[in-house]
Design a protein around this ligand. Structure first.
Ligand code: HEM
Length: 323
């Protein structure tokens, strides 16, 4: 992360979503399938093509979004299937990544997965990691730029950590992460307002009564986290970016907010990446406020189609803080 920031700071400006997506994807691709950044960029391009056409008219003809989406999907599948095949042929060579574990399972006496499942898992994790965190941090950076008083409070918390550290350049530790009370509220508030997941899906197993309506058994239910998180009955002044709302002393309000906060879904299908995303975002904020200041260059408009988008991108310039 420090390397990425340092490289961004050498440029007149960077587009946040794309740059953060590169950073997350490079890291995750290395951990999951041991490929280096040069190679992972090509794979990310395929994922991007897939993503662009995920919600579009399914007209399969060269040039259409759907066609590009299917080509992207095919290329991702081809690359991952080839990689798995290669690893299956040399199971003794270890890479200390997720593919090692999948190969071990596939070659065990009674495997509980097959190759198709293994490829799906890799594709799903690679895709879910970069598309979510990059969108959230882009909206997050915009919210911070528009709310300098939050940035000041964040700085205070992170400078406190630096003071406690002997070596200012030493690594961010788990204890430091857990001590970040205000940062946690900022991340909650970014998640509450960005609502990058357009829906959470469930199927009713029995008839369910909701507010006098009956949802029959077998129906597909889509919960919109945005409708909940921006409901003024649950979150006062919902369009205000207010991390302090999470610290309210009003216990009833606090319970109501917490019960209705679902950026990562809930229950058995809770997002698998939630506990990866939160430290990742904390570390991002830590490097951001302790080492850099930034100026917005371009990108005011934020729109929601199904997912949240920043049509012109969000462009900022990072400037190292010199002591
Ligand atoms: C800000 C970041 C993220 C947000 C807001 C987010 C949001 C969500 C939501 C709302 C769900 C549906 C949960 C449900 O049905 O109850 C979900 C599922 C999932 N997420 Fe995330 N996610 C994020 C990051 C990640 C990352 C980084 C990964 C992987 C490394 C990931 C992997 C998954 C997977 C595999 C599922 C499916 C879980 C299942 O069905 O059992 N997510 N996520």
């Amino acid at each position: 992360m420090r390397q990425s920031f340092a490289s961004w700071a050498t440029k007149p400006s960077i587009e946040v979503k794309d740059s953060v997506a590169d950073m997350v994807f490079d890291l995750v691709a290395k951990k999951l399938i041991s490929i280096e950044p040069i190679e992972s960029r090509e794979l990310r391009k395929n994922f991007e093509e897939f993503f662009q056409g995920m919600l579009c008219f399914p007209i399969y003809f060269p040039g259409t979004s759907f066609y590009k989406c299917m080509q992207g999907r095919r290329n991702v599948h081809k690359r991952l299937a080839g990689l798995l095949q290669e690893r299956l042929s040399k199971p003794r060579k270890k890479h200390d990544d997720l593919v090692d574990l999948l190969v071990e399972e596939l070659q065990s006496e009674k495997p509980v997965i097959d190759a198709t499942f293994a490829i799906d898992v890799l594709a799903a994790l690679l895709f879910a990691s970069f598309s979510t965190i990059s969108a959230t941090l882009t909206i997050g950076l915009k919210l911070l730029t528009d709310n300098p008083i939050v940035v000041e409070a964040l700085k205070e918390e992170h400078e406190e950590i630096l003071k406690e550290r002997g070596d200012k350049n030493s690594r961010f530790t788990w204890e430091e992460y857990k001590s970040l009370a205000f940062t946690t509220q900022v991340i909650n508030e970014i998640n509450r307002m960005s609502n990058i997941a357009p829906g959470i899906f469930r199927k009713t197993l029995t008839d369910v009564q909701v507010n006098g309506y009956t949802i029959p058994a077998g129906w597909l239910v889509m919960i919109s986290p945005m409708a909940v998180h921006l409901n003024p009955k649950l979150f006062e002044d919902p369009l205000k970016f207010d991390p302090w709302r999470w610290m309210t002393h009003d216990q009833t309000k606090r319970n109501l907010q917490q019960r209705n906060f679902m950026p990562f879904g809930g229950g058995l299908r809770l997002c698998l990446g939630a506990e990866f995303s939160k430290p990742f975002m904390s570390l991002f904020l830590h490097v951001l406020v302790t080492k850099y200041r930034w100026i917005k260059i371009k990108g005011e408009e934020v729109l929601r189609v199904a997912e949240i988008i920043v049509p012109q991108g969000y462009h900022v310039q990072f400037i190292p803080i010199t002591e």
